[in-house]
Design a protein around this ligand. Structure first.
Ligand code: NAP
Length: 259
């Protein structure tokens, strides 16, 4: 299927690894020129070169922390008028809410709620004026089925989700869709490091922990960044113009509800 977005421009945040990288690669394969960001310049340069070689599109690297004003300004300078914006950043750490300070909460809200809102604020009016735009926010399955130790994530991402639900209904008639993609367990560095932490607290090896977690999923495995990227690219396609304000769960069937 031709997604109809060849030649479009995208900003993909937090994209040197994992799900962000999967999205950048999938968009680039459709002929979208991408600006990718991450904090570690060396990893970012490696990923940029990999995407260039695989696809031939223009890949611009912007090293920086997307949760800071300077990081966002640098990404927007590299691509002031994106047609596509993929919002992503690292997730907050697990813990017990009794130990979290106001600063911990502000950091989580900054990264996982206010950063995407700021980037949308900077780009959505231009998209609406040009009558085409796609925004995809990478959130988490924890928005739909909260995970107790991930309270910072549950809270901050739910704030974003509520905001998007209202905004997305105001942009559709101007050709701009805004949707959230909710990953369950995907095989990325973040997932592997969570599993390693769990293994340290049990008598099992990281490999054993990973196998148990993968087998417990109805699909019997973790998702891949390629699968995630493909869904993102479809949401950014011309064919998805009637999908807006949705929370699309990708979790191999882990969420047990009917809806
Ligand atoms: P990952 O494999 O650790 O990759 C994270 C990417 O984001 C890296 O490229 C990292 O590069 C970049 N990054 C992190 N913080 C950044 C920041 N402040 N500014 C710019 N770039 C930043 O993680 P992932 O598994 O793809 O997860 C992506 C998001 O999905 C996270 O919010 C995570 O909580 C959420 N999620 C993931 C899963 C899963 O199973 N993988 C499940 C639910 C939710 P640098 O470190 O160099 O900046």
């Amino acid at each position: 299927m031709d997604l109809g977005i060849k030649g479009r421009k995208a900003i993909v945040c937090a994209a040197s690894k994992g799900l962000g990288k999967g999205c950048a690669l999938a968009l680039a394969r459709e002929g979208v020129h991408v600006v990718i960001t991450a904090r570690t310049a060396a990893d970012l340069a490696k990923t940029a070169e990999e995407i260039r070689k695989a696809t031939g599109v223009t890949v611009t690297e912007v090293a920086g922390d997307i949760t800071t004003e300077a990081g966002r300004a640098a990404a927007l300078k590299a691509c002031p008028e994106p047609d596509i914006l993929v919002n992503n950043a690292g997730g907050p750490p697990p813990g017990n809410f009794r130990n979290w300070t106001r600063e911990d909460w502000i950091k989580a809200v900054d990264a996982n709620m206010l950063t995407p809102i700021e980037l949308i604020k900077a780009t959505v009016d231009g998209m609406m004026k040009r009558n085409f735009g796609r925004v995809v926010n990478i959130t988490s399955s924890a928005v739909k089925a909260p995970i107790d130790i991930l309270g910072l994530s549950n809270g901050a991402r739910s704030g974003l989700t509520g905001f998007i639900a209202g905004l997305a209904r105001t942009t559709g008639r101007h050709g701009v869709t805004i949707n959230n993609l909710l990953p369950g367990p995907f095989d990325t560095d973040r997932l592997r490091s969570n599993i390693a932490t769990r293994a340290r607290n049990s008598n099992r090896s990281a490999e054993e922990e990973a196998e148990i977690a993968a087998k417990s999923n109805p699909s019997g495995r973790f998702g891949t960044a390629e699968e995630f990227g493909a869904m993102c690219a479809f949401l950014c396609s011309v064919h998805a113009g009637y999908v807006t304000g949705q929370n699309i769960l990708m979790d191999g069937g882990q969420y047990p509800g009917t809806f």
